[in-house]
Design a protein around this ligand. Structure first.
Ligand code: ADP
Ligand code: MG
Length: 385
């Protein structure tokens, strides 16, 4: 891969790249829609991701191109940068904007990106390109920012420059992921631990529903508001800052304060999903994959019925998995309404699974899903020969 990319860089910029960096995509194993409720999430980085090749130029401009997109741009080095419509290069330009105060760039820079994560499918290609750019600039120009600061500034790019109101999980997983490990991250304190994710006889199958996630943003903000409403109702009686400070038992003692059924359903999902992450972390540490798989199904059920962020496509995938004897757990991953699901699939059945899932999915939905098998990989890094 690196050689092909190097060749592309030379063709594009007439010079060799000086450095190559890689940042992964991510999946969230369990703990969905609770990052913004101060909950625990369990993401891991995957072996697919985004590459960045760069080299200085002496023309006082920054050039951005991506093998995944035809559009390219050349911009002057400036004190601050503006968003340009909905172009892909807003993501890296947003990172330059965040780093502007450091006043580090003289000369100019040629940048070439390539990603092998499906873009816009919930595997966080956006966090991947943000963290990749921040990490590469920090490393190449010795900016002395620690990794957590790079995570936070990448989140600011997503929230303020791009305008997506997402939590910190994605950037965190892309930066801190480790091969064959899952992160158990408290999204409130940002404390995390790394747990072994030894899948033994199983692989992590990622199933892309190929459904565009149109509803995602407005529904995301709606759920965000509903959770705030639930919190405000509970705060009449108990002193909490986040829904996820409650266990299911404690929540049951106070849930009568929430008089709207929909808000009650949303809060019930949040509190129980957070409990499931505790159980899932324990199951994974003990190598109890079947327990872990059951928690995945329970998570999906709750996202479907209580939180109402699934959809026909994601349900078709998970329903098929439940009938397929070599899968022990499956759920939607990411914000929902489309995007990807994940499944724990017995090794050796990859082809059979893909074929039978495709048949069943096409029958239900009318077009095929895409199935990928990726390993759990390391976080952002410089690639050396
Ligand atoms: P997701 O993060 O689920 O993949 P988003 O819609 O949040 O989907 O982010 C996708 C956007 O990120 C793309 O439309 C593009 O602007 C940017 N992006 C991601 N990967 C690349 C890449 N390899 N090259 C250029 N832009 C990319
Ligand atoms: Mg994204």
């Amino acid at each position: 891969m690196k050689d092909q990319l190097r060749q592309k860089f030379v063709e594009k910029y007439n010079q060799n790249p000086s450095a190559i960096y890689f940042a992964p995509g991510r999946v969230n194993l369990i703990g969905e829609h609770i990052d913004y409720n101060g909950g625990l999430v369990m993401p891991c980085a995957i072996t697919a991701g985004t590459w960045l090749l760069l080299a200085p130029n002496n023309e006082n401009v920054i050039r951005f191109s991506s093998i995944n997109f035809e559009e390219e741009t050349t911009i002057q080095i400036q004190k601050s940068y503006q968003k340009v419509g909905s172009a892909w290069y807003n993501y890296p330009i947003g990172v330059f904007n965040e780093l502007q105060e450091l006043d580090w760039l003289s000369g100019g820079l040629d940048l070439l990106y390539f990603g092998n994560i499906p873009i816009g499918s919930g595997l966080s290609s956006s966090a991947s390109i943000e963290v990749l750019t921040a990490y590469a600039l920090n490393d190449y120009f010795n900016l002395n920012q620690d990794k957590l600061e790079l995570v936070k500034l990448s989140k600011r790019v997503e929230n303020n420059f791009i305008g997506v109101n997402s939590g910190i999980m994605d950037q965190f997983a892309v930066a801190f992921g480790e091969a064959d490990k899952a992160l158990v991250l408290n999204c409130d304190s940002l404390k995390y631990k790394v747990v072994d994710c030894n899948l033994g006889e199983y692989v992590l199958a990622i199933i892309n529903t190929n459904k565009a996630r149109k509803l995602e943003e407005s529904k995301y903000n709606e759920r965000f508001g509903e959770c705030k409403e639930a919190l405000a109702a509970l705060q009449q009686e108990i002193n909490i800052n986040n829904l996820c400070e409650l266990t299911a038992e404690k929540f049951a003692l106070h849930s009568h304060l929430i008089d709207n059924d929909i808000i009650l359903k949303r809060a019930t999902h949040v509190v129980k999903e957070n409990d499931r992450v505790h159980l899932a972390a324990k199951a994974l540490s003990n190598g109890e994959l079947e327990v872990f798989g059951k928690l995945m199904y329970a998570s999906h059920q709750s996202l479907k019925e209580l939180y109402e962020v699934s959809g026909d496509e994601l349900d078709a995938v998970v329903d098929f998995c439940a009938t397929y004897e070599h899968v022990i757990g499956a759920r939607m991953t990411g914000a929902g309404f489309g995007g990807c699901a994940i499944a724990l699939l017995k090794k050796g059945y990859e082809e059979d699974f893909a074929k039978r899932l495709t048949d069943s999915y096409v029958k239900a939905i009318g077009y095929p899903a895409a199935i990928y098998i990726h390993q759990i990989g390391d976080g952002v890094r410089k690639l050396v020969d």
